[in-house]
Design a protein around this ligand. Structure first.
Ligand code: MN
Length: 268
């Protein structure tokens, strides 16, 4: 049986992680190493200036509302799981540097509460965990649900298991991970799956200035959730039209188109 390391950035108690864990257990031997609190928008962190603690974690039984279906029976008892005070990318590093007795075949991160599309991949702790995996030479999948509130992760978990089955069967070229985003709408209104490129986010951040009890100003970056350009062929466009989006992403960020021009600049 394949071995999967499962992590996330919303924290080990997040419902998205549990839903994905249930969906992946029939496919693989899944070990969880996830943050003990919410690290959303932590980006690609490497904790270097403080120690990291790793504690065994026990999942409580399924909520009684969820009747066990074939392959999902038995809840989450018996899952080998750990929580840490480190970031999502730290989770992957900790696991691969020795917390796990054997390296996994695949790293899966999610299901995140909220889409990770376009420029989000540079902020996302969910995606950063997948990036850390490819740095270690392992294939990875990051999965996010396009809603900040809905706890209905059932369909997204099913998508996750389908994508993971494909990756385990076909593999991924070194250095590449899949970034999966799932629309939040009734299953019958989901039109299919599109393979996409990363789109362009439009952030609506505003600077909020307040005063602390000592009369000193402090700042909070707030504002409305981001929107984006719904361009054809992009992750943002696919979600807007009701498609699951699967983007292949690598860490090769060189601007190749500028190489010849830049070589002509006067450098001495
Ligand atoms: Mn998150």
């Amino acid at each position: 049986m394949a071995r999967i390391l499962l992590t996330n950035d919303d924290g080990i108690e997040a419902p998205g992680l549990r839903a994905l864990l249930r969906a992946l257990r029939p496919l693989a031997d899944v070990t969880v190493l996830a943050p003990d609190h919410n690290w959303s928008a932590a980006g690609h962190t490497k904790t270097m200036h403080k120690p990291l603690r790793v504690k065994p974690y026990r999942f409580e039984c399924d909520p009684p509302a969820a009747p066990a279906s074939p392959g999902q029976a038995g809840g989450l008892a018996g899952v080998v799981a750990y929580s840490t005070d480190g970031a999502p990318s730290d989770c992957v590093a900790l696991a691969l540097l020795g917390i796990l007795p054997q390296a996994p075949d695949l790293v899966v991160s999610g299901i995140n509460q909220g889409a990770n599309v376009g420029h989000d991949v540079t902020y996302s702790g969910t995606v950063a965990a997948a990036m850390e995996a490819v740095i270690f030479g392992l294939p990875a999948v990051a999965i996010s649900l396009n809603d900040y509130q809905s706890h209905d992760f059932g369909f997204a978990a099913e998508v996750g298991s389908r994508v993971v089955r494909q990756v385990l069967a076909r593999g991924l070229p070194p250095g590449i991970f899949l970034n999966v985003n799932v629309p939040c709408r009734p299953t019958e209104e989901i039109l299919g799956l599109e393979v996409t490129r990363l789109g362009r986010r439009v952030y609506r951040d505003i600077l909020i200035e307040r005063e602390d009890p000592r009369g000193q100003p402090y700042y909070w970056i707030g504002g409305e959730p981001p929107t984006g350009h719904e361009d054809e062929g992009t992750d943002i466009g696919a979600l807007a039209r009701g498609y699951v989006s699967v983007s292949p992403v690598h860490l090769e960020m060189t601007a190749h188109e500028l190489l010849p021009t830049l070589r002509e600049w006067v450098w001495d």
